[in-house]
Design a protein around this ligand. Structure first.
Ligand SMILES: [Zn+2]
Length: 734
């Protein structure tokens, strides 16, 4: 790869990282070694935006090395920075809070996994970087400062603080310039007694002695050759270390690399104080996230980091995403349907590199090959072309084989040993995607084959048609050359029986996966294979319309599917109304309008609810009466007392009418009876039903009509018997 002849440029080295490498060599000349730097403060989870800086440097480092240059890639952990605020996603924030203003390296790791808080976040990224082929030399600034390595650099800054002041002022407008009379110290002090940076420098002896006082009352004169708590402010720290490490390249975020930004002032300080020409830089933009699945981001303040991206993207594909985008453009890492497209783009590039697909031109070929090369973990193009299979196809296979990678690979039949490691990583990503992302962004991709021992219930004519598919199509399944052959054989069955082909497809999906739709049927059936098809299509039962309807009401639905149901059915699927007997009535100690009611719900344990009906009912009017309980209402606290449900009451006016109240009594029903809208059975999965939030319950719009309690015009009751009200016969329920 190396090309030392500057005049004869290798046309392959045409990536933006190559252009940057050329620029570095042009500006810095021929050096024995080129130091490229990246750095970050490990004050919290190192997120994907931070990763963009690391990989930007890595790509330039590789470009320099591909020019035969020796490169030192340093990664600086700025772990002597001050702990300014507790990030939202950290455990034990109340403990961490106590360490604000400490250097982050002295903040404890509340998980007890590592020596300290900073180290915890450092380890997280240091362990992950090898997965994407990045191996920098890590420098730890806390230990360097505490070992007094920078004493001379600090002395120089202290002695030339007026020059630095001038550098900082250079890009400020008059209103923000420091005045001659303003005191400025380039060094900050962590107190030798309390460790906080709540200090103020009061004197400097012109050499190594700095006198400071702290808010804690401590004051001393410290010698920066032995004192551990001194540190340069970062606008000076940055250029001091450029000189220290002889850095020739370091990119910066767009907040730093802007006209008059911190890079510009650091450049002046570097030259004027330390005599070092600032490194070549480039600006990198933010990384956005798209379609992060709920399961990934549900915890408070969850930060999406490198391992999260590697859950969905195989390392080469993630590198490809970054390598394929110029650093100064904002882009999004997607976790939704776009994932499929990203893999397809990567595979397309791969096919061009291996000559399977043709490039548009030689330039195009070089461009694709270079990006592909830079995307490889070790920078080398594998001898054998990697096994290509789409995430969509893998998702189908994985669901058929319940996530078993061995079975998936065996089913493919033509995977070479040298292709397996990479394919397994892709399989792991596909499995993660189908389990975590697809339920949100592509529920139609998700399925599970019907369990053995269960029978699919279909209308009589459809059961017969499926049986015909079993006898006519399945035996030939291995002889079909393409998916379309299979598809057409199914059409032929429908035509022969005079059935709607679409209805037959639906019936087949029902027989295979218990859903109305699924992956494209022709290919799907061929993938499932003869043996499994025989079992699945062989266990189909023709039933009457009525029984079918009943079966449908017992079917498990996803929350999204339930949301689409008509109101009464949604009510039946979401809300459990249970007749309960009031066994105890107590006044709430903290609320004069609240009762604490102890209920017998038919369960082994009594239930407690809080109800604001004191002004309407005396305790003796409630005791031993049966009421209607919203059994699965999300529990809530009322003035310190837990309420596990709510009793139903009618009122005259709208839902916010608090002046009228009629508790709905159900003395004709046994405690424990579950009430449903007319025409609905108690759902089979009633025991697994989730809590319903009060606002969701309110959306159900229960009301009274002609003395009955109704939802969407359907009376509430059980076994043909309905609950009634006496007073507010045409009112609201809440
Ligand atoms: Zn102190």
């Amino acid at each position: 790869m190396s090309n030392n002849n500057e005049n004869k440029k290798d046309p392959l080295l045409c990536h933006w990282a190559d252009q940057m490498a050329d620029k570095i060599i042009r500006e810095k000349g021929d050096l024995d070694s080129y130091t490229c730097a990246s750095g970050i403060t490990p004050s919290g989870t190192v997120h994907l935006g931070n990763f963009r800086e690391i990989i930007t440097v890595d790509l330039v480092v590789r470009a320099l090395r591909d020019r035969g240059k020796k490169v030192r890639f340093i990664y600086s952990w700025d772990d002597y920075d001050v702990f300014r605020k507790v990030p939202a996603n950290m455990p034990d924030p109340e403990i961490l809070e106590k360490y604000l203003r400490y250097p982050i390296t002295m903040v404890p790791d509340t998980t007890s996994r590592n020596e300290n808080y900073a180290r915890h976040h450092e380890v997280d990224i240091e362990q992950q970087l090898p997965r994407v082929g990045i191996a920098p030399e890590f420098l730890y600034q806390a230990s360097r400062y505490r070992a007094n390595r920078y004493a001379e650099g600090m002395k120089l800054a202290m002695q030339n603080r007026d020059v630095i002041k001038g550098c900082l002022n250079e890009y400020r407008d008059d209103a923000h310039k420091m005045k001659d009379s303003d005191v400025y110290w380039p060094v900050a002090i962590f107190c030798g007694k309390c460790n906080k940076d709540t200090t103020e420098i009061t004197d400097y002896d012109g050499e190594y002695g700095i006198t400071y006082k702290c808010e804690c009352g401590h004051c001393e004169t410290a010698d920066i050759r032995t004192f551990k708590g001194a540190k340069l402010g970062w606008r000076v720290d940055w250029p001091m270390r450029w000189n220290e490490e002889k850095v020739v390249f370091e990119p910066g975020g767009k907040d730093h690399i802007s006209p008059g930004g911190s890079y510009d002032t650091a450049k002046l300080v570097s030259k004027r104080i330390y005599g070092w020409d600032a490194p070549v830089t480039m600006r990198y933009d933010f990384v956005n996230l798209k379609g992060v699945p709920g399961k990934m981001s549900s915890s408070k303040g969850k930060v999406i980091a490198l391992p999260d991206a590697l859950d969905v993207y195989q390392a080469e594909v993630l590198r490809y995403l970054f390598a394929g985008t110029r650093p100064n453009t904002e882009f999004a890492i997607s976790f939704d349907m776009d994932v499929l497209k990203v893999y397809e783009d990567y595979d397309k590039t791969e096919r061009i590199v291996y000559g399977v697909d043709k490039a548009k031109s030689e330039d195009h070929f070089n461009k694709e090959k270079r990006i592909y090369m830079l995307s490889q973990i070790d920078g080398k193009i594998p001898e054998t072309m990697p096994y290509q299979i789409t995430i969509r196809m893998l998702s189908t296979l994985l669901q058929i084989y319940s996530g078993d990678a061995d079975k998936v690979i065996a089913s493919l039949g033509d995977v070479k040993p040298e292709q397996e490691e990479r394919l397994r990583r892709r399989i792991a990503c596909a499995w993660f995607w189908i389990q975590h992302s697809a339920p949100d962004c592509a529920p139609e991709f998700c399925f599970a084959l019907r369990k053995e021992g269960t029978k699919a219930k279909l209308p009589q004519d459809m059961a017969k048609a499926v049986a015909k598919v079993l006898s006519d199509v399945v035996p030939k399944i291995d002889t079909f050359q393409i998916d379309k052959d299979c598809q057409e054989a199914i059409y032929a069955v429908a035509t022969e029986l005079g059935l709607d082909a679409k209805a037959l497809f639906t019936a087949l999906y029902q027989a295979l996966i218990g859903k109305d739709q699924g992956p494209r049927l022709g290919s799907f059936m061929r993938i499932i294979g003869k043996d499994k098809l025989e079992k699945l299509l062989g266990s189909v039962e023709g039933v009457s319309e009525e029984e079918l309807k009943k079966a449908a009401s017992n079917k498990k639905l996803t929350p999204a599917e339930i949301d689409k149901l008509p109101l009464a059915e949604r009510f039946s699927r979401r809300v459990i109304l249970k007749v309960s007997k009031i066994e105890k009535v107590e006044q709430h100690p903290g609320g004069s309008f609240l009762y604490i009611l102890t209920l017998n719900t038919g369960d082994a344990e009594p239930r407690q609810i809080v109800s604001s009906i004191v002004q309407f009912y005396k305790p003796e009017e409630l005791l031993n009466r049966n009421i209607v309980l919203v059994y699965n209402l999300k529990p809530a606290n009322f003035r310190g007392v837990r309420s596990n449900g709510m009793l139903l009451a009618a009122s005259e006016g709208g839902a916010d009418d608090h002046d009228t109240c009629e508790v709905i009594f159900a003395d004709d029903f046994e405690p424990g009876t579950i009430l449903e809208p007319e025409g609905f059975d108690v759902p089979a999965d009633v025991a697994e039903m989730c809590f319903v939030k009060p606002e969701k319950f309110a959306e159900m719009n229960l009301s009274t009509k002609d003395g009955f309690v109704e939802v969407e015009g359907k009376k509430i009751g059980s076994n043909g018997k309905f609950i009634t009200v006496e007073k507010y016969k045409n009112g609201a329920i809440h």
